[in-house]
Design a protein around this ligand. Structure first.
Ligand code: PRT
Ligand code: ZN
Length: 296
């Protein structure tokens, strides 16, 4: 049961891969925090929103017991927790687009891999026993799950497991441990998590406001403002090259009746080859700018 308080609390990782990007994202939503001495709690200076700086593994529990209202955590951690908690488990509210990785099965390099059936009867070391067990069940495979809290990748060499199921991003750790990724069990990225029912008081309103700002921040992250000039006759060809086919704003250029200035918010990155194609179609004076905020 959530204790009475009027300020919203967001739990984020104190240090680690998600700590910086989570703080940066909240800053982009307009939140400013004062650091406290113990760095466990950060007071929100401009809104009634405070931060709890904790270990990522603690975030689902803090949400479940009402100590925090929102949390930024890996989907892997949230999903592993949810499998052990049932109906009332904290849930994913938004995918945040950073901290991307995959939970994968990796086998010793010398194995020849013939498919998941090969896992039957093997010992698999992991820090995600519930996710792995659910996947094995879904695949109809009986194997032994060996739960380890860290250094999973050395288990096969130590002889405590035959293979592993661990998080992978670049794959360098697997290679360094003579392991080979063979199959992805789950995809993960950082998510904003919250409880099944948002608070009904002012905190609920604050949470709704934050979610609206977050949606706008996530939307514009991939957006680019394109500005260029071109002959009026090239307009159709150039518009076709704009990612996401936005509706551009067209302005006549004073003193040059055949030429126009174009401005468009495009949904997606614009690379050099696309700019070069626009130039071949007749565009010049091209500018591509990141979009900071957008409110319809
Ligand atoms: O102290 P605290 O408990 O808060 O931190 P932590 O050490 O448990 O977590 P941290 O900071 O390592 O990771 C936080 C979250 O980042 C994870 O829960 C994932 O959602 C996400 N993430 C993204 C990763 C990785 N990429 C990742 N590569 N988490 C861990 N790894 C590890 C992986 O386990 C393996 O040991 O990095 C190694 C592999 O990396 P590559 O690049 O060699 O493949
Ligand atoms: Zn952790």
């Amino acid at each position: 049961m959530s204790p009475q308080r009027d300020r919203l609390r967001i739990a984020v990782q104190k240090s680690g891969r998600l700590a910086e990007p989570a703080r940066e994202l909240l800053a982009r939503c307009g939140l400013r925090f004062r650091h406290s001495r113990d760095r466990l709690f950060c007071f929100g200076e401009n809104m009634a929103v405070d931060l709890l700086l904790v270990r990522d593994d603690d975030i689902p529990g803090l949400l479940a017991d009402g100590s925090a209202d929102l949390g930024v955590v890996g989907r892997n951690v949230l999903a592993e927790d949810a499998l052990g908690r049932g109906e009332e488990a904290p849930r994913e509210l938004r995918a945040l687009g950073f901290g991307g990785c995959r939970l994968s099965i990796a086998v010793p390099q010398e194995w020849s891999w013939s498919g998941p059936a090969q896992l039957a009867g093997k010992r698999i070391a992991t820090s995600y026993p519930r996710l792995l067990t659910a996947w094995l069940t879904q695949q109809g495979i009986r194997a032994e799950v060996v739960t380890l809290s860290g250094s999973v990748e050395i288990a096969p060499r130590l002889g405590s497991a035959d293979l592993i199921c661990d998080l992978v991003s670049s794959g360098a750790t697997l290679i360094a441990n003579q392991l080979r990724e063979v199959i992805e069990v789950a995809h993960s990225e950082a998510v904003l998590a919250g409880t099944a029912n948002a608070p009904l008081d002012e905190r609920g309103e604050l949470q709704a406001l934050l979610l609206r700002r977050l949606d706008s921040v996530l939307d514009v992250r991939e957006s680019r403002l394109v500005m260029l000039q071109a002959p009026r006759t090239a307009l159709a060809a150039i518009s076709d090259l704009l990612p996401g086919r936005p509706a551009p704003t067209i302005t006549p250029i004073e003193g040059s009746p055949d030429r126009i200035a174009l401005q468009a918010v495009c949904n997606g990155q614009i690379d050099w080859s696309e700019l070069e194609a626009m130039r071949r179609a007749g565009a010049c004076a091209m500018l591509v700018l990141p979009v900071e905020k957008m409110l319809a």
